[in-house]
Design a protein around this ligand. Structure first.
Ligand SMILES: O=C(O)CCC(=O)C(=O)O
Length: 272
């Protein structure tokens, strides 16, 4: 993450990484999704939270488990979770040793008329597992997401939207703003080309506007957290069945929360 990106991420709570995927990666990801399109489960409209401005004709589609797909279809997603366009940016906000949160690599699909998603999170109340903090010259994020766009998102198409800067909010957000019923002009719909990626802190107030474009929205959503923090692990951590097929770098982020001494700064820690 360069200085400009760091500035914008700090001020707005997100940045867009343009051209994150190569044309080949984009094509492989879309081919893999086409091949598994029967696994898309269409939700009811509950994410609109009964808001008339977010309600659509249908719910959004969800698809998960990409990491478990058969080869070659899983490969593009296994590589995507530690893509060179993402690693240094994630290290800037999460520190070295970040982890994939809950093994979550999933897809969101939205067809024309699909419902939006009410605006959730925001800086208040503070939940350390998904908080935003700046201290001693560094950003410390909790859950941080990368949303890779597999299809274009044009102005007015809908999809991911947020209230920039709301990760630093000191007051709870009023419900009419969360439901997109008031002050709609403050909510920003993020446009992107297929292959771009949005990195955003979960504490940013975000959601989705109903999808209006003729083509299908396709977003791969990957969730990460600091190495020391786990938000969705319950019980004992067990490596997934495909763990042995992964590269060393891929395995490094599929891990239980852990203490990492190298981040501590003083060589006294390393001499123990
Ligand atoms: O991109 C979207 O549709 C919003 C996703 C979202 O808010 C979430 O998964 O928490």
């Amino acid at each position: 993450m360069d200085e400009s990106e760091k500035y914008l991420f700090d001020v707005h709570g997100y940045i867009v990484i343009k051209g994150a995927l190569s044309a080949e990666e984009l094509s492989a990801a879309n081919t893999a999704m086409d091949h598994h399109s029967d696994q898309i489960s269409v939700m009811n409209n509950s994410l609109a939270n009964s808001s008339p401005t977010l309600f659509g004709k249908t719910g959004r589609g969800n698809m998960g488990n990409m990491l478990t797909w058969e080869k070659p279809y899983c490969d593009v997603f296994r590589n995507m979770m530690i893509h060179p366009a993402f690693v240094s940016r994630l290290e800037t906000v999460l520190g070295k040793g970040f982890r994939l949160e809950g093994m979550a690599v999933g897809a969101i699909t939205m067809d024309e008329g699909a419902s939006g998603f009410w605006f959730h999170e925001g800086g208040e109340p503070i939940d350390p597992s998904r908080a935003y903090l700046y201290r001693n010259g560094r950003i410390y994020c909790g859950m941080t997401n990368i949303a890779v766009q597999l299809t274009d998102v044009g102005p007015g198409d809908g999809g991911f939207a947020c209230l920039p800067g709301s990760h630093k909010a000191n007051f709870p957000c009023p419900d009419d703003i969360r439901l997109y019923e008031a002050h709609q002009d403050r909510i920003v719909q993020i446009t992107a080309r297929a292959g771009d990626a949005i990195i955003f802190t979960e504490s940013l107030m975000h959601g989705a506007l109903p999808w209006t474009a003729k083509h299908q929205r396709r977003t791969i959503l990957m969730r990460y957290n600091a190495g020391t923090t786990g938000e969705s692990i319950t019980g004992t951590y067990t490596p997934p069945p495909f763990y042995d097929e992964l590269t060393e770098k891929q395995r490094a982020i599929i891990t239980a929360p852990h203490y990492r001494q190298p981040d501590k700064g003083s060589k006294l820690y390393k001499s123990q």
